[in-house]
Design a protein around this ligand. Structure first.
Ligand code: AMP
Ligand code: MG
Length: 356
């Protein structure tokens, strides 16, 4: 299959190009498109044979559900069994935006889209190209991230092309995404709202709007800490249970006071180089000149959380091309979205952390 890569200017959307993409969606085909979080791989969410193609193109396990993207709140009412009051409040505050809500589904939503679950994950993305594609197609668009299963989510159209070229008919290139990590997922089907995946919208932000406690899935805390009392809990979102992306090289995080971290990483780099290894470092703008590794990438300024989230997946992809044997990374427990960043980075590192 020939993959068409079509550049769309988000500020001046070319409606003729969008109609071509929308037609593909209506015909049950796949189109990759930008959202504000990461690039998505979309298909008509209400047609089982269309959403089934997504699993095939990604190599995704069929029990890992897709997120349904909508462009009007009423579309949630069309596919939810019940729309909880909390969903109205959260949509009012955060939609369009990087928040996915899980609600009970009705019979319109096929099980291929929900990976066999009776609940459905729904989001209204805050990106003009995504919203235009949904509106022009007249469909609800099921879309997980547009990467091959097991790779980091794509934050640029080029990443999508690396993974999907020849497998899908079209990629819409809307430039680099703004946020860079996947949406926060909040489950509204339990007694208390529960975060199944941390993201840009934090627990505090949700609690402020809902006026009630929001809990974090004990299953993700279990994997994000080494606390043995949490062991054995499974994350509720199927996608959080799968073995996640790990770079080809061994990745170790080093956490602690910055000066000590720099010294420790340089020692580790030297040891690895003596062993004949090619070594990479994930640094910040402030520290990048202090490392003596073979490849040093800065993820951004340490106090610029948004930049750190934006660059994380790109850097991980770039290291795979750099042919390094080991990577040492600083740790990024930043105040607001640090939990979301570290959730992704810890998985990439297979939870290897050194404290200094
Ligand atoms: P992706 O967009 O690639 O990040 O994948 C969608 C994420 O949403 C995966 O982690 C899924 O497991 C999760 N998800 C989708 N639908 C549901 C649902 N009904 N209940 C829980 N998690 C879901
Ligand atoms: Mg994904």
């Amino acid at each position: 299959m020939q993959t068409k890569l079509i550049r769309i200017d988000s500020e001046h959307i070319d409606i003729v190009k969008m109609r071509e993409a929308a037609t593909l969606i209506r015909e049950g085909e796949l189109v990759a498109f930008p959202t504000e979080t990461v690039y998505g791989l979309g298909a008509d969410a209400l047609r089982p044979e269309a959403s089934a193609k997504i699993y095939e193109a990604k190599g995704r396990p069929s029990d890992n559900p897709l997120i349904v993207h909508i462009c009007r709140f009423e579309e949630l009412e069309r596919i939810a069994k019940i729309v909880p009051e909390q969903a109205r409040k959260l949509a009012e505050a955060f939609w369009p935006g990087p928040l996915t809500m899980v609600v009970w589904k009705n019979e319109k939503v096929p099980y291929t889209t929900t990976g066999g679950m009776d609940t459905v994950a729904v989001r209204m993305p805050n990106h003009p190209v995504a919203l235009s594609l949904i509106a022009e197609s007249g469909c609800l668009i099921a879309a997980p991230s547009a990467n091959t299963s097991g790779k980091p989510s794509p934050t640029e159209a080029g990443h999508v092309a690396d993974d999907m070229d020849g497998r899908i008919p079209m990629i819409l290139d809307g430039g680099a995404v703004g946020i860079g990590i996947e949406s926060t997922i909040v489950d509204l089907t339990e007694e208390k709202p529960m975060i199944l995946r941390p993201g840009y919208i934090t627990k505090q932000m949700l609690e402020e709007v809902l006026g009630e406690e929001v809990i974090i899935d004990p299953g993700i805390l279990a994997t994000d800490t080494t606390d043995p009392s949490q062991a054995g809990q499974k994350p509720k979102a199927p996608g959080m249970r799968y073995k996640h992306y790990a770079p080809k090289a061994d990745l170790v995080l080093v956490e602690g006071d910055t000066d000590k971290v720099v010294v420790e990483i340089n020692n580790l780099v030297e040891d690895a180089q003596i062993d004949g290894k090619r070594v990479g470092v994930i640094a910040t703008d402030e520290t990048m000149n202090r490392y003596k590794a073979d490849v040093v990438f800065s993820i951004g300024a340490r106090d610029d959380e948004d930049a750190i989230a934006q660059h994380l997946y790109k850097i991980l992809r770039e290291f795979d091309e750099q042919d390094v044997d080991a990577i040492y990374s600083e740790s990024f427990k930043t105040p607001r979205i640090g939990q979301a960043i570290m959730n992704r980075l810890l998985k990439a590192a297979g939870y290897q952390v050194l404290y200094v």
